[in-house]
Design a protein around this ligand. Structure first.
Ligand code: CMC
Length: 434
């Protein structure tokens, strides 16, 4: 990082309460004011709920320019990665910083493939859940539970241990995700088939049954692979920050990823694709789109257009553009071009993109707007969408967690607060309290 200049903060016009702070430039993106010494120099904290203006770490993994609609993994544009790479190549890129050559790819693919099975005792975890449990509830439990199986490699200060945990998590997430689905529909678990690609293997574990031969559809497998690539990392979003915060205490990687999954579940984050499909079902018909647009604009209604808006993108989400393309391919392959919800989504998108409320607030469709439609067309039920998001995001979480642990400036995450509660008061005896 390049130190550029300094920023002066004057708290009261009094020289004693003013201080200078370094302004630091990254390789691209906004400069940051390094305020680590603010407290010691001035006695004040900053106040920034939702981290609107706060960089919580330095990172070399993902860059987003929200105004321009740019997303780079390790410097590579998402469009090129989605076009030219498979998901495991992107995993290699995120974890090691470089795309693999053929030899490295063969090695990485083979290592991940060899870790796809889960311990037989894991089955028992699943059987403890009700069949109607939300699969994300199962995923939080099952992934956290992995900590209990790998005592041999939980030393977070050992880089080999960290790498092994990364392999295990990337490899086992598809198996666990598919098990959560199979459990919910009462079908037997399907073991991984290591002769298949990562995405094809996952699809098979989701949809194969022991009684029938499973046919791999290349268009659908490629679409699934693209969903995984597009969701693999997204800088310091809520779930990634959760993983980093959990990991900052030295917690083991399985516990950290389980925390990330829990955070991702929320409808303002990864739960948006499920919520978006539910919303399209609720709207039901193109004739009702106008009514729902008005409802979304009415703050009293508490209703938002799910799949629209983003904290960082104030332009078309580049992932949404790619997902829109994939959506057309998948619906074409399956002969679903006239799908009711897809047509509805197109009508909603068109009206929202022309409406002054959405235009002035720069509310564009985000990746979740289309990914739900694609997954639904593939036969994936709504309540599995966020699980698939968590399967894809696991590599990003791990890459960020590994980067954090090896950062010499890393400290336990401990935000401060602006206290607005009661000042000190004395406890009265029970009979004296009003
Ligand atoms: N529908 C209607 N109005 C909206 C929407 C929406 N989807 N999103 C934002 N707004 C309005 C909001 O009411 C506010 O209006 P005003 O300035 O008049 O008060 C303005 O736009 C700015 O909104 P904000 O809540 O301050 O923006 P934020 O950056 O805090 O929130 C968001 C970002 C993604 C939580 C929000 O846009 C949202 O709730 N979207 C719907 C949920 C969704 O699709 N989430 C998926 C995000 S992408 C996947 C991921 O990375 O997890």
């Amino acid at each position: 990082m390049d130190k550029k200049t300094t920023a002066k903060l004057d708290l009261s016009g009094d020289a004693k309460n003013s201080a200078e702070f370094p302004v630091i430039a990254g390789s691209i993106g906004p400069d940051v004011v390094d305020i680590r010494t603010l407290l010691s120099k001035t006695g004040a904290f900053t106040y920034d709920p939702g981290f609107m203006s706060t960089a919580s770490c330095r990172s070399k993994i993902t860059f987003i320019d929200g105004d321009e609609g740019v997303l780079l993994y390790r410097g590579y544009p998402i469009e090129q990665l989605a076009e030219s790479c498979d998901f495991l190549e992107v995993c290699h890129l995120l974890i090691y910083g470089e795309l693999p050559n053929q030899k490295q790819k063969d090695k990485f693919d083979s290592i991940i493939t060899r870790h796809t099975m889960v311990h037989d005792q894991i089955d028992n975890f699943f059987r403890g859940f009700r069949r109607d449990a939300h699969p994300m509830a199962i995923m939080v439990g099952a992934v956290g539970g992995l900590s209990a199986f790998y005592h041999d490699s939980l030393d977070v200060n050992d880089s080999t241990n960290r790498e092994i945990s990364a392999f295990r998590l990337i490899a086992k997430m598809p198996t666990l995700t598919a098990m959560a689905y199979k459990y919910s529909i009462g079908q037997p678990f399907v073991y991984p088939d290591n002769s298949l690609s990562y995405a094809a293997n996952f699809k098979r574990m989701m949809f194969a049954v022991p009684t029938e031969k499973f046919e791999v559809n290349d268009v659908l497998v490629r679409a699934l692979d693209r969903i995984l690539i597009l969701h693999a990392d997204h800088e310091q979003n809520a779930s990634t920050s959760t993983v980093r915060l959990a990991g900052s205490s030295g917690a083991n990687p399985y516990a950290c990823i389980a925390a990330g999954i829990a955070c991702l579940w929320g409808p303002a984050h990864g739960g948006a694709n499920e919520a978006c499909l539910d919303m399209l079902e609720e709207i039901g018909d193109v004739s009702k789109v106008g009514h729902y647009i008005e409802k979304a604009k009415d703050k009293e209604s508490g209703f938002r257009l799910m799949g629209f808006g983003h904290r960082v993108y104030k332009n078309y989400d580049p992932r949404a553009k790619l997902m829109r393309e994939t959506c057309h391919e998948v619906l074409g392959e399956l002969g679903l071009e006239n799908d009711r919800l897809f047509k509805l989504a197109m009508a909603l998108e068109k009206i929202a993109l022309e409406d002054d409320y959405f235009v002035t607030r720069k509310l564009y469709p985000n990746v979740d707007f289309y990914s739900g439609i694609v997954q639904r067309a593939m036969g994936i039920p709504n309540n599995m969408f966020t699980c698939i998001f968590s399967l894809a995001r696991t590599v990003g979480w791990i890459a960020q967690w590994m980067e954090m642990i090896s950062d010499p400036e890393q400290k336990i995450g401990r935000p401060r607060q602006l206290y607005t509660g009661e000042v000190r008061r004395e406890v009265k005896k029970l009979e004296e309290r009003s």
